[in-house]
Design a protein around this ligand. Structure first.
Ligand SMILES: [Zn+2]
Length: 99
């Protein structure tokens, strides 16, 4: 069954809320070193509720071939995937800032 968007009330295939939201979002990508020297790529700044953060995380995880988690609205990817994540986000219509 096709979903109806909570924001505009249109069926999902007609809804452009996510597209509009994306243009106003800036994904901020950074890499941090966690304990035991593990690198983690952090994607934050995607705060609009219109954007399905879990779906985005899934796209990033498969594109980077990495495991990852979503905490609040921050995506964490295992490993250093700054360049790849930036490219994927850009291709998906987001503004990107790499730190
Ligand atoms: Zn909508």
């Amino acid at each position: 069954m096709a979903g109806i968007c909570n924001l505009c009330g249109l069926p999902d295939e007609l809804c452009i809320c996510q597209e509009i939201a994306k243009e106003q979002q800036k994904a901020i990508i950074s890499v941090v070193r966690r304990r035991y020297g593990k690198m983690v790529t952090i994607v934050e700044g995607i705060n609009d509720v219109a954007i399905d953060i879990n779906k985005l995380a899934k796209i990033l995880k498969s594109s980077c071939a990495a495991g990852g988690t979503v905490k609040d609205r921050t995506i964490e990817l295992q490993g250093e995937h700054k360049k790849r994540a930036a490219k994927v986000l850009e291709q998906n219509g987001y503004q990107v800032e790499v730190r």
